[in-house]
Design a protein around this ligand. Structure first.
Ligand code: NAD
Length: 446
């Protein structure tokens, strides 16, 4: 694996959401200037709700997070000074099971961002039909400016303050931006000390030695490969020899590229933040991964022609995998895209306006909440293994992940065909209906 710039989990979405109110305005990140992923996500929820003729009461319930917690996280810095950070945990919905979602440490974290990310997790877990709801957390801090021991104190204090919120049966965190396996180990340890119980299932994305699952690291990229294979089959296109371009060469992009190459597809271009590499005969992915390990970025990789990220997006390929950051496919470049299939490895890579352009062109888009749900699916497997105390071999994880995603792809395709809607609208319809159905069965406790 090339060195990851940020650590992210099944749920990470680089959204920028303004400070106040449910209505979202301009984003704070310049490249999101006129398109905000949260607003777009909720607009897609609204569209699905309308098509489903959703009960107005359930609609209101799903628009409001169940729980929003703001905490102070005071720690003593290494020099003895006390500093107080702000932390959040939002549980959007637990109708289908415990809240599930990562914790990010970042200066840009806001409560509204965390709310958006928590809701996104609700839909993602429902579309792949795993028994989790949606949650998310964050601490407003700058990890590069914290020592390891300070980071540990932040993590442990955050966990201790939320000790009655998180738990294997209520709300299960995972890694996200700037948090990793080590942070999950501290959370698990703090929880175990307070509860006097070695509950491994309180977090996922743990080190293998501590109850992490084999195959978790590769799960999101593997999921991209699996749903792409299904899409090619559905469209009657051959797998072997299909041309692929992958934008983003981190955890998701590099693994997706590697596994697609293994399936006999020709990965003609890969890119990262430093630029893109094009080789019409196929980029040798292991070699490119090794180059990235040695040089941190792809720039200068000699086994191909250097092109720009924009040129990569416009290549004449069968499959395009945006696996970098949000909003890389906008109304400005959607018209140039020639791929027949887009597999959204990243969260929110396609804006609503771009979506319309691509739909008009007949591009088959596998939406993010389905395409990158392999990560949260294996997080679910990790939780199952922790609760049963029996660990699966990697083959079993891979086989069950495949079965789950093939089923989810088929379910979404079925809704898309029955209602003559896009795969994205179908994925939202399926997930919103699954959550709504549980609310109807459970009734309203008052
Ligand atoms: P990562 O940090 O490991 O990799 C990101 C890659 O994108 C890096 O190669 C980086 O150089 C590249 N990049 C950044 N900006 C770019 C740009 N403008 N153009 C081209 N490349 C750019 O992150 P990751 O874990 O691979 O996550 C990638 C995306 O997938 C994110 O949207 C994340 O939210 C989403 N996601 C990740 C997981 C997971 O399990 N890691 C799960 C679900 C969704």
């Amino acid at each position: 694996m090339p060195p990851a710039i940020t650590m992210s989990d099944e749920s990470s979405v680089e959204v920028a959401v303004p400070k106040a109110g449910a209505v979202v305005g301009a984003a704070t990140d310049p490249h999101l200037a006129d398109e905000n992923p949260f607003e777009e996500m909720m607009a897609r929820f609204d569209a699905a709700a309308e098509l489903l003729d959703l009960d107005p009461g359930i609609y209101q319930v799903l628009r409001h997070p169940e729980r929003q917690i703001i905490i102070s996280v005071p720690i003593q810095r290494d020099d003895g000074a006390v500093e107080v950070f702000t932390g959040y945990r939002v549980v959007h919905n637990t109708a289908r099971g415990p809240g599930k979602g990562g914790i990010r440490f970042d200066l840009m974290v806001t409560l509204d961002e965390v709310k958006a990310l928590a809701a996104w997790m609700t839909w993602k877990c429902a579309v792949v039909n795993i028994p989790f709801g949606g949650a998310k957390g964050g601490v407003v801090c700058d990890p590069p400016n914290l020592s390891d021991t300070e980071l540990e104190r932040v993590t442990r204090r955050y966990t201790a303050t939320l000790i009655n919120t998180i738990g294997p049966e209520s709300d299960i965190p995972a890694p996200d931006v700037n948090t990793n396996e080590r942070v999950m180990a501290w959370i698990m340890d703090t929880y175990a000390m307070h509860k006097r119980s070695a509950s491994q299932g309180v977090v996922t994305g743990k080190p293998i030695e501590l109850g992490g699952s084999l195959g978790r690291r590769e799960a999101t990229g593997r999921g991209c490969m699996i749903v792409t294979r299904e899409a090619l089959k559905h469209l009657g296109l051959p797998l072997r020899g299909s041309k692929v371009a992958v934008q983003g060469f981190g955890n998701v992009g590099s693994i997706a590229a590697k596994l697609m190459e293994q399936e006999g597809m020709t990965v003609v271009a890969v890119s990262d933040a430093s630029g893109a590499i094009y080789n019409p005969h196929g980029v040798y992915i292991d070699d490119a991964i090794q180059y990235c390990r040695d040089h941190r970025f792809l720039r200068g990789y000699p086994m191909g022609e250097e092109i720009s990220n924009q040129e990569l997006m416009a290549l004449d390929v069968d499959v395009l995998v945006p696996a970098a950051v949000e909003n890389t496919i906008t109304r400005r470049n959607a018209g140039d895209i020639k791929a027949k299939i887009i597999c959204e490895g990243a969260n929110g890579p396609t804006t609503a306006k771009a979506d319309r352009i691509l739909n008009d062109k007949g591009v088959f888009i596998i939406p993010d909440i389905l395409a990158n749900a392999g990560g949260v699916t294996v997080s679910y497997f990790e939780w199952v293994q922790n609760r049963s105390g029996y660990f699966w071999d990697e083959e079993t994880v891979v086989e069950r992940l495949g079965a789950n995603l093939v089923k989810a792809f088929g379910d979404v395709l079925d809704v898309a065909q029955r209602h003559s809607v896009s795969m994205r609208t179908a994925a939202y319809m399926l997930s919103v209906e699954r959550v709504a159905a549980v609310h109807r069965i459970r009734g309203m406790y008052a």
